[in-house]
Design a protein around this ligand. Structure first.
Ligand SMILES: Nc1nc2c(ncn2[C@@H]2O[C@H](COP(=O)(O)OP(=O)(O)OP(=O)(O)O)[C@@H](O)[C@H]2O)c(=O)[nH]1
Ligand SMILES: [Mg+2]
Length: 190
């Protein structure tokens, strides 16, 4: 396997959650630790893209956004500016059910001709579970300068690959943005 750096996006406003999203507890453990646990069998080269000190207790490198208040695309741009590897796995911090197997599948199916490879289900794209080439850093900068901040629009503007997964794996990418969504998930799983 080619070297890969894993970036977890821990910025943003968390307006819907009203609490630092990566630190919200699910099964007695902060979201971010669920994601790290899924990533560790794949790579220990983990970097958190965060602007605060909330994640300082975790023994991983942290970097600050170089483009402020630009949403997830700003975090991706920061990651690509910083990275020393061509291949980068970029993840949001609000997907506590993500599994090592699904991430391995993404990495194994990734076609090197694609500058970005992301996951999608039947109904939804997941650009914040994706492999991003360092080569798209200047394109990301252009998009940010033009204030075109939708990550999916950015993905389709470069050579990309979308990997579809089975409906029965859909729960693994559940994205939790609010306490209501967290409660729904907890109820569904109990
Ligand atoms: N580094 C960084 N990450 C971000 C930024 N904005 C959002 N994210 C991350 O991107 C992922 C998806 O975030 P969203 O749910 O779209 O946005 P949010 O701002 O965290 O939450 P809302 O305010 O409720 O929309 C999460 O992992 C966020 O931590 C940002 O400006 N910088
Ligand atoms: Mg979200």
């Amino acid at each position: 396997m080619k070297p890969i750096t894993v970036f977890i996006l821990c910025g943003g406003k968390s307006t819907r959650m009203q609490a630092e999203k990566g630190l919200v507890l699910f099964r007695d453990k902060p979201f971010i630790e669920h994601i790290i646990a899924a990533v560790l069998p794949i790579s220990k080269n983990i970097v958190l893209v965060t602007n605060g000190t909330e994640y300082d207790y975790l023994p991983y490198k942290k970097i600050n956004d170089v483009a402020i208040d630009k949403g997830p695309l700003g975090g991706i741009y920061t990651a690509l500016r910083f990275t020393e590897t061509e291949s980068n796995l970029i993840l949001s911090c609000d997907i506590p059910l993500i599994s090592t197997e699904l991430l391995m599948d993404l990495i194994q199916k990734h076609d090197e001709a694609a500058a970005i490879t992301t996951l999608a289900s039947e109904s939804k794209m997941h650009p914040l579970i994706g492999i991003y080439s360092k080569n798209v850093v200047s394109k990301a900068q252009e998009a940010i300068n033009a204030n075109q901040l939708k990550v999916m629009n950015f993905v389709v503007s470069v050579p990309h690959q979308i990997i579809r997964f089975d409906e029965n794996q859909e729960y693994l990418v559940t994205n939790i943005n609010s306490i209501d969504e967290l409660e729904q998930l907890t109820n569904k799983l109990s």
